[in-house]
Ligand binder design. Structure first.
Ligand SMILES: Nc1ncnc2c1ncn2[C@@H]1O[C@H](COP(=O)(O)OP(=O)(O)O)[C@@H](O)[C@H]1O
Ligand SMILES: [Mg+2]
Length: 250
């Protein structure tokens, strides 16, 4: 299994520091200042606990688990946007992160301007983005909306825009976070086909999804994350089956 891993997590933990809202009002806050300060200092929230896994070059690796399990945190760490609190992480490739929706978007700019902006942020030259502009717009299916400010877009349109930019980048590692849940069936199908063609050309894909069917369809292996720890890693059919029956039995 460990021949030629491209992404390695070894005993990775991640805690977030919590910021308190003083819901008790200012009077309450002032009276209990020492305890508030103690609480604020000591409050951190553990999003990942001792997580270990390896992803091979060319593999499509699914991550499933309920909301808050820590899936997006893993993608953030792979992308280098988040730093682990403990443990070792090694990533050996160029990344096109498709993190949470709209992460790199500027809402006053048009779709077209956002394509340029995001392309450059994600490492393309201006010329390269402009060369691919028509192809990106064509894939997005946004039509004339591409010249409207994206604050007027629906979440489905935003996901189309995000997916279209990222897939135009020749990534070595593609990180996809629940993006296919948004958008119409037609576009989802288009995304799946695009992912299949990436897979065929050897791109390593990390795919976070709530669709057990999609995970079974495109992943080579899957990992089930439960309460911030790894519950199981293995064959996608087996893992999604265990996950579904776990939830059915509760
Ligand atoms: N910036 C943050 N500050 C504090 N807690 C966070 C932050 N980001 C995520 N969390 C918490 O960490 C846990 C894992 O989050 P996340 O990785 O987004 O889970 P998932 O993607 O599986 O839904 C959640 O309980 C979430 O509330
Ligand atoms: Mg998430």
């Amino acid at each position: 299994m460990s021949r030629n891993p491209l992404i390695v997590f070894e005993g990775v933990s991640k805690s977030y520091t919590l910021h308190y809202h003083f819901t008790g009002g200012i009077k309450n806050f002032l009276f209990h200042l020492p305890s508030y300060i103690r609480k604020a200092r000591s409050s951190s929230y553990c999003a990942l606990k001792d997580v270990s896994f390896e992803i091979r070059r060319g593999e499509t690796f699914g991550i499933i688990g309920k909301n808050g399990a820590g899936k997006s945190t893993i993608l953030g760490i792979i992308a280098g946007v988040l730093k682990p609190t403990r443990g070792k992480v090694a990533v050996g490739g160029r990344i096109s992160p498709l993190l949470e929706l709209g992460a790199g978007f500027s809402f006053e700019l048009t779709g077209r301007e956002n394509i340029l902006l995001n392309g450059i942020i994600l490492g393309l030259t201006r010329k390269k983005v402009l060369d691919r502009m028509d192809e990106i717009i064509e894939f997005s299916g946004l039509g004339e909306f591409v010249d409207q400010p994206i604050r007027t877009y629906s979440s489905g349109m935003l996901s189309k825009l995000a997916f279209s930019v990222v897939t135009s980048l020749d990534p070595e590692i593609l990180l996809i976070d629940e993006i296919l849940a948004v958008g119409d069936l037609n576009f989802q199908q288009k995304c799946l086909e695009k992912m299949m063609s990436f897979k065929k050309s050897g791109v390593t894909i990390v795919f976070v999804s709530h669709s057990m069917k999609q995970v079974e369809q495109i992943c080579d292996r899957a990992m089930w994350l439960e309460n911030h720890v790894v519950r199981a890693i293995g064959d996608p059919g087996t893992i999604t089956g265990e996950y579904s029956s776990y939830w059915k039995d509760r």
